[in-house]
Design a protein around this ligand. Structure first.
Ligand code: THU
Length: 132
C-alpha cells in the first residue's frame, strides 16, 4: 500500500517533535519516500559546537541510504510556524536532495499550520552542481 502525502506530512511533523535544537530553538522534521515506497525520517540535531549540527533532511537521507534507498520519490520538510516562515530546505540540503532526486521528485514544505507547498528540485536548486 502506498503512503499518502498526508501520512508523509504527518511523519515529518512527528519526527520534528524529536528535534534536538536547544541552541536555535528551531525544530525541523523530514520524511522521505524512497524508490521502493519505504519511508525514512529524520530531525535536526544541534551541538554545543554549533557547526556540527545536522539538518533534518540530512538525517532522513542518511537513514534512506543506510536502508539501501537509491532515490527520493517524495520528501516532506516540517519547520517554522505560522509566525515564522515555513522551513524550505537550506542551500546545503538542496544540494543533498539533488544527489538523490530526479525531475519527478516532489519536495513538500510546511509549517505547523495545515498549509503546504510543493516544489521540484529544479525550482529549489536551478543550475545545481553536478559532477557528471
Ligand atoms: N535546519 C534544518 O534542519 N533543515 C533546513 O533545511 C534548514 C535548517 C535546522 C538547522 C538548525 O538546527 C535549525 O534548523 C536552525 O537553523
Amino acid at each position: 500500500m502506498s503512503i499518502s502525502d498526508d501520512d508523509l506530512i504527518d511523519a515529518a511533523k512527528h519526527a520534528r517533535e524529536n528535534a534536538y535544537c536547544h541552541y536555535s530553538g528551531y525544530s525541523v522534521g523530514a520524511a522521505i519516500i524512497d524508490d521502493q515506497g519505504r519511508m525514512h525520517v529524520g530531525c535536526n540535531i544541534e551541538n554545543a559546537a554549533y557547526p556540527l549540527g545536522n539538518c533534518a533532511e540530512a538525517a532522513a537521507i542518511a537513514a534512506m541510504v543506510l536502508q539501501g534507498g537509491k532515490r527520493i520519490d517524495r520528501i516532506a520538510v516540517a519547520g517554522g510556524s505560522v509566525d515564522v516562515t515555513p522551513c524550505t530546505p537550506c542551500g546545503g540540503c538542496r544540494q543533498r536532495i539533488q544527489e538523490f532526486a530526479d525531475e519527478n521528485t516532489v519536495i513538500i514544505t510546511m509549517d505547523d499550520s495545515r498549509d503546504w507547498q510543493q516544489y521540484s528540485i529544479a525550482e529549489l536548486l536551478p543550475a545545481g552542481f553536478h559532477l557528471d
